[in-house]
Design a protein around this ligand. Sequence first.
Ligand SMILES: [Zn+2]
Length: 99
Amino acid sequence: MRTVTLKCDRCGATAEDDKNFLKRVAVGVNWGGYGFQAADRKLEAEWCRECLIKTGLCSPQNEADEKIAPPAPPTLEDLIRDIVREEIEQRGVELETTC
Ligand SMILES: [Zn+2]
């Protein structure tokens, strides 16, 4: 029986006989109306799922994924809160809350 060893082009992790271990990754260009096409065959690679999660190309699916995923970019609300907080700090304005 033949064993096929698959190797991630990015991190070098290997797996045997697991056809789902690697996913094709490529830089694509949308030339207009036909969807994305690989910009250059030389820019294609096969990466493992962990690399896809680590680079943010794939959304985390479980708790283990969350630990290796890059931090989520701030939401618009987060950015507005930061701006307001900075303004308040610069002007020395005290926050007053009304109910
Ligand atoms: Zn990998």
